[in-house]
Write a protein that binds this ligand. Structure first.
Ligand SMILES: Nc1ncnc2c1ncn2[C@@H]1O[C@H](COP(=O)(O)OP(=O)(O)O)[C@@H](O)[C@H]1O
Ligand SMILES: [Mg+2]
Length: 252
């Protein structure tokens, strides 16, 4: 499953981090792929320091390392050992030569898809969450078709909504099986009105509406929100969204 948005700053990385954490805490085996090659950042809320990163997702795709070497097991650092779950992060490469090689050699979606399947098998994953680069660049075009499901994040902002229309059109052409909307940063008093506007304007399911939250903003990506605020209303909504996701390997 991929989380995508037309513009940056919608809250993708923070939401992916919380959803992955909640699933792992509920006993699932989860991996997060950072395919935001141009502005990677999800390793920050996960607390994975740049210095610890030796191999990345792009090294694996280029055949330069085994998948296990690019997957950082964060189960222990996130105190998740007591659950049966595991949480892996595959950070994206900061090495420009690797990125440009991947892009220049025209990485074919079916090959990438095969690698992703290998990843799901080797790590015995229940869930694979992809944090994408916003917009519609080449990487996005490569990663959108590999997802069984795309959650498109948007704020209550006209630019996001116009962008969402474009992404829906592209996803349809790329034959992404399932695209849904996830609204974030919605002022509490606009929630119902905005949800109704989305339903009317887009012919897709709205999987959740997350509020504009001072607590999320104050945390400033210095950790995983749902780990640090387990009984916060934002975490309650994220937990509801997490429970509506289906497992990759057909059991939940
Ligand atoms: N519901 C929210 N309310 C307030 N601030 C939020 C919310 N969700 C995310 N943020 C803040 O928005 C900023 C961008 O979030 P991030 O997850 O990095 O977005 P993206 O990955 O889509 O670029 C961060 O500073 C984050 O703390
Ligand atoms: Mg991000």
């Amino acid at each position: 499953m991929s989380l995508h948005s037309f513009r940056g700053g919608t809250g993708k990385s923070n939401v992916v981090a919380s959803l992955a954490y909640l699933k792992a805490a509920a006993g699932k085996r989860v991996a997060v792929l950072d395919t935001d090659l141009q502005s990677p950042g999800i390793h920050v809320p996960f607390g994975l320091e740049d210095e610890r990163v030796i191999h990345t997702l792009s090294d694996f795709c280029l055949g330069l390392c085994k998948i296990e070497e690019a997957a950082y097991d964060l189960t222990a650092p996130l105190d998740l050992e007591s659950s049966a779950g595991r949480l892996f992060l595959l950070p994206s490469s900061m090495k420009l030569d690797h990125i440009s090689k991947l892009i220049a050699e025209g990485y074919d979606a079916s090959e990438l898809n095969a690698k992703i399947r290998e990843l799901i098998d080797v790590l015995e994953l229940d869930y694979l969450l992809i944090d994408t680069h916003p917009g519609l660049n080449r990487e996005t075009m490569m990663t959108l078709p590999i997802a069984d499901r795309v959650l498109l994040m948007c704020r209550p902002d006209s630019q996001d909504l116009h962008g969402a229309e474009v992404v829906f059109e592209v996803a349809k052409r790329l034959r992404v099986p399932r695209v849904e909307l996830l609204a974030n940063k919605v002022p509490e008093d606009r929630r119902e009105e905005f949800e109704a506007e989305l339903v009317e304007r887009f012919d897709v399911d709205v999987i959740g509406v997350l509020p504009l939250s001072e607590d999320v903003s104050r945390l400033g990506s210095r950790g995983i929100f749902s780990r640090l605020f387990p009984s916060h209303p934002v975490t309650d909504e994220l937990r509801r969204i997490a429970s509506s996701l289906q497992a990759e390997r057909g059991h939940d």
